[in-house]
Design a protein around this ligand. Structure first.
Ligand code: HEC
Length: 428
């Protein structure tokens, strides 16, 4: 009996201890969570909208369908700013259909795969609309109060060549929402059919209308030929601002956004020294490997399952940066030329990384010890301050990645960040 009681006591004691531990763990987890910056864990899609004639748009709208492109499940959206950029908060990651509209250009539909909890940078290049005369038109946008908490939007839509598509959109740019309007006579079952001109209405929108700022609402419609209407605000005013010259000074390097002579758009991202990962947008090429040795860039890729190789050269002239050469596939070969459109988005600078990860233990402007040795003039001395090993990039990288003695490892930092850190250390 006594034994049993004891055992019982031991069990409850242990589980109490476990509960306490769990509680401490939970409160710590909460504290850590609360102290993280607000943007932590939120999912964004962002980009800069450049045009095929080398400009940056200064006005426009973005709408996003949840899931597959052209399933018409419009849910999110936002505005393009005067600097041509957009940044839209999404409720979740996964597949989304992206639509980008700017007056004077053909709209841009793209299936994208969004990473949860990250800011997903998507390059957008709009083709010039060669025939703006056949664009659909919006008029008479009305916000109707249904109750104190609900309103509905109506508008008129016309199309000169009568081939309207299902995209009749109202975008709440402040709340990152989009709504599809349907014909007042009822939605069409076949979304590929031509939609009628006339009166359109939104679903009931559960927001009070009274304090709504109608200039934050955007309206756009598109036809089956990817022509879109002028974009209006909720005040029935066109929002157009003329596109501006693309002023970005292009860096003579492989990282960034490129357009090929087959009119496809690519993003090349640095991996470990001398290698890149490559991604083609809206196409059927998969890039397996890219390596750079001086001006030469070699690429292994797959096109519809067939393995291919490309030999390219980086060629830079004033603001023209090109990768040009040839590709070989089992069945064919040819010229492949990429023109750079945009630099890689600036990664966190080494200085910011240092103050976030290292400054707790190291001075950057002194040689004396804080927790670890002061790092001023690190690369000017032939020997590293703690270990006495030769000062070179390799050894410093190894210390950062693997840690050393009481210094913790920073294995989680991407290679590009380590490079930024080492570059910063070299400047001390
Ligand atoms: C928790 C404290 C701590 C943090 C954080 C820390 N270090 Fe250190 N660091 C140390 C200590 C302690 C040493 C001395 C290690 C030894 O005794 O070999 C050291 C050594 C070094 C050395 C000299 C290595 C050598 O071989 O002499 C470099 C360079 C260095 N750290 C860079 C960094 C950088 C860059 C970061 C940020 C990514 C960083 N440290 C973050 C504590 C830290």
């Amino acid at each position: 009996m006594l034994r049993e009681i004891k055992r019982f006591e031991m069990v409850t004691h242990r589980s109490k201890k476990r509960n306490l531990l769990a509680l401490i763990f939970l409160s710590l987890a909460c504290l850590v969570f609360l102290s993280l910056p607000h943007a932590w864990g939120q999912t964004f899609i962002s980009g800069k909208v450049i045009t095929a004639d080398g400009k940056v748009v200064a006005s426009g709208a973005v709408a996003l369908e949840k899931g597959e492109l052209h399933n018409d499940a419009f849910l999110s959206g936002g505005a393009i700013g005067a600097d041509g950029t957009f940044k839209i908060l999404l409720p979740s990651g996964g597949p989304w259909g992206l639509h980008v509209y700017s007056e004077g250009y053909i709209y841009f539909p793209l299936q994208v795969q969004i990473k949860e909890g990250e800011d997903n940078d998507i390059p957008v290049i709009l083709p010039v609309d060669g025939n703006p005369g056949d664009d659909p038109q919006i008029s008479d946008i009305r916000f109707n109060k249904i109750s104190d908490q609900v309103f509905q939007i109506k508008m008129r839509v016309e199309d000169a060549n009568d081939n309207l598509g299902p995209q009749m959109l109202a975008i709440d740019s402040k709340r990152f929402r989009s709504y599809r309007l349907v014909p007042q006579s009822g939605d069409l079952k076949d979304k590929k059919a031509d939609f009628p001109g006339g009166e359109y209405e939104s679903p009931f929108i559960p927001q009070p209308l009274d304090k709504e700022n109608l200039s934050e609402w955007l309206f756009v419609v598109a036809d089956h030929q990817c022509s879109n209407s002028p974009i209006y605000s909720g005040l029935n005013q066109s929002i157009i601002k003329p596109p501006v010259v693309h002023a970005e000074k292009l860096k003579c390097d492989v990282a960034g956004i490129w357009k090929s002579n087959f009119d496809k758009v690519y993003q090349f991202t640095p991996q470990k020294a001398g290698t890149f990962s490559g991604k083609q947008f809206a196409g059927d090429i998969l890039i397996d490997q890219m390596t750079q040795a001086e001006q030469n860039v070699a690429m292994d890729f797959r096109f519809k399952g067939a393995k291919g190789k490309a030999d390219l050269q980086l060629a830079c002239q004033e603001n023209q940066v090109r990768l040009q050469g040839t590709f070989q596939l089992p069945e064919r070969s040819g010229e492949w030329v990429f023109a750079k459109l945009q630099n890689a988005r600036a990664t966190e600078s080494g200085k910011d990384l240092f103050s976030a990860s290292c400054s707790g233990c190291h001075y950057a402007d002194r040689k004396d010890t804080k927790v670890g040795p002061g790092l001023k003039g690190l690369f000017n001395s032939p020997k590293l301050p703690a270990s006495g090993r030769p000062t070179n990039e390799e050894n410093v990288r190894a210390t950062i990645v693997n840690g050393q003695g009481k210094m913790p490892p920073f294995k989680h930092l991407e290679d590009s960040k380590i490079k930024a850190l080492v570059d910063y250390l070299k400047s001390l």
